[in-house]
Design a protein around this ligand. Sequence first.
Ligand code: TXA
Ligand code: MG
Length: 365
Amino acid sequence: MAVREDRGGHPSSRLLSGDDAGSALSRNPQQAASALVAGHLSILPTETVYGLAADARQPAAVARIFQVKGRPTNHPVIVHVGSAAAIADWSENAPETAWKLAEALWPGPLTLVVPAAASANLVLTGGQDTIALRCPAQPLFLEVLDLMSRQQGLASAVAAPSANPFGQVSPTTAADALRGLRSRLSAEDVVLDGGTCQIGVESTVVDCTARPIRILRPGRIGRRQLAEVLGWDAVAAVGIGTTTADEAEEHVRVPGTLASHYAPITPVRVVDDTTLSAYARHPNATDQVIGLIAPASVATPVGLHRIGSPSNSRDYAHGLYSWFRRADDLGCSELLIALPLDPVDDPLADAVADRVRRATHPPTT
Ligand code: TXA
Ligand code: MG
């Protein structure tokens, strides 16, 4: 990707040149805020993954998110807000559990599903009577919301799914987001570069309309952290990384639970010590490149191409999606993944195992 540094006048912004034209890659939150207020799209960094954002109060702009992603219109999107107080703008009779979690854990990688306010547009909820809300812990993102609020004279909010074409891997850098969506963006849309996402996998999604509340998608915030706020009885034990393919079919309108989500083009296979040593005894004699992601302590068997060497679940989450992309870029015939050991009481290890498990599923379309 050709990126030209714009050194004159605006040292903080970079412009794309030549056939990359179509959208600016910017480091200026005001540019993103103005684009959003004007009804355009903006790719924004969060602490989890990059999001493809539109002003949540402009249905035509939100509808464009679905076009750009190629996502079915009946899939709900997360509405990103600037504070816990905004729950009242988007939800009627939000449960006490949601208020308590938001006050304790926002800003943070936690999405709360609550009853939708009658005023919440159906394009946000996918026609369901619930809405997903999250306040991301990313200073640039919060600055964009703040700048929008000043322009709009109210507590602004942006709808944002992950900034990838439907069914593909979520981006953790602005460049990866742009690579996937560039041809679908227009010149007025803005890509805000906030560096590499700190966490690397999507937020924990919690259904607060259920009693006890239920984790729908595992992320950095796990059951223990939720229970520290609400007590263990208020947090269901099931549903953490246990969604089966059949269950996913039933919950097709909860997009992150589709079995074939988060998958690279390269077929993914989970390996353990025994499988991996079998590869070592029979090194790959063909031209095919077989990729490997394994804990740093695991040696690379002869004939395999090491792609990732995480030391812990944090490294795993942080690197996973960029390693998926690397395997695709290298044209690997297969990507072998040894999961982090001992995922007990480690929400990020759960989240990584969940995304890897979905990546091993063959696409359904
Ligand atoms: O970390 C994240 O959550 C990222 C960043 C950009 O914030 N966003 C993200 O959005 O992953 P997306 O659209 O790719 O995934 C949205 C997830 C779905 O998988 C689903 O679980 C949940 O949000 N969701 C949204 N609305 C819902 C609803 N009304 N009921 C249940 N789940 C909902
Ligand atoms: Mg997504």
